[in-house]
Design a protein around this ligand. Sequence first.
Ligand SMILES: *Cc1c(COP(=O)(O)O)cnc(C)c1O
Length: 428
Amino acid sequence: MASPDTKKRLPRKDLPADAHIETLAVREGLPPTQWGENSEALFLTSSFNHPDAATAAARFANEEEAFVYSRFTNPTTMMFERRLAALEGTEAAIATSSGMSAILLMVMGLLKSGDHVVCSQSVFGSTITLLANQFGKFGVETTFVSQTDVQQWRDAVRSNTKLLFAETPSNPMTEVCDIAALAEVAHAAGALLAVDNCFCTPALQKPVEMGADLIVHSGTKYLDGQGRVLAGAICGPDAIINGPLMTTLRGAGMTLSPFNAWVVLKGLETLSIRMAAQSANTLKLAQWLEAQPQVDKVFYPGLPSHPQHALAMKQQNGSGGAVVSFTVKPANGPVTVTGPATLEEAAMRLRQAAFHVIDQTRLCSITSNLGDTKTLITHPSSTSHGRLSEDQRLAAGITQGMIRVAVGLEHIDDLTADLARGLDTLNA
Ligand SMILES: *Cc1c(COP(=O)(O)O)cnc(C)c1O
């Protein structure tokens, strides 16, 4: 393969070297076509033509960077990759069909049978399943450790540990892990640190600046921002992204469709203002929730009551993000909610109270997604964490009384009114 210096490269856009994140979010990409379109073009094509056979050969031999086939690269997808890499501050990015396929690509591309991963036990549920079950089957072993106790990560590292994987803040407890401390543990062991930056996005948190090597995204969430498409990406050094990860993607095909890439590319243009507005809404909602007599506890990194508040403020650009969880006090009345017979009466009373608050909302959408401009409400213990045993849930702090709200752009007074309807009638 030709070295980057001699290889004919695709043109870059002429942007100021010190351009800020807001500027990069609307400007980074590829130069426009000969038609001078102002909005980025959507290239719905599976393959690309070559002027002659010799050029086709050079392009297949990787001597000339060009578009060949949309399983590998596509101009619209590349604009999304370049823009996201610019926002995260990494050399490169590679787009994938979903957040899960980004994690699949990372592990397939970087690890082999006999390698070991250390991962937070509080990461996204499907990530735990993928690592423990699917990759376990292929001989990649994962040790799951505490989200917040760095010593547990250090103790879990072995001579064959190749990857540390973290996600912060966690869902739904919003526990924050110390990215810089984990980077130190990873690098001392000769391993890489990957961070799932889905909840904060580069608008609030830049893991690379704290020493992370790879950033994983579910573009389905805040990058799109309006709940329309599935997408994913990995950001990192050129040598990894356009090395083993691109080779694996070419062969395995967990490619992002150009249409979805275009949607997420345009979503990035408003990322900073959405994250700022939705986080500001969330802080107000969290403060209001803390003052409600029927609310037991509020979990939000932006509140001084949060155990890692100081770390979150330092790591997340002074913001708590746009997801808040809270627990309600148990219902006093007769238990009417049906559920697994294994739940004790105390747990059923909590579930009944949580269901009541959720069912009294009229604005909030009852769905387990997040990262939408619409506010989404969910009961983690019976949905996203419904497959765990009650003991596993309780060990993670997720009680039947917990409600998670992924806050959108509605007016804060309308959101508090929507939740007050259920809270105020809880034991009325
Ligand atoms: C949703 C999510 C994923 C998975 O992303 P998909 O696009 O749904 O595949 C991974 N990590 C986190 C933190 C998520 O919230």
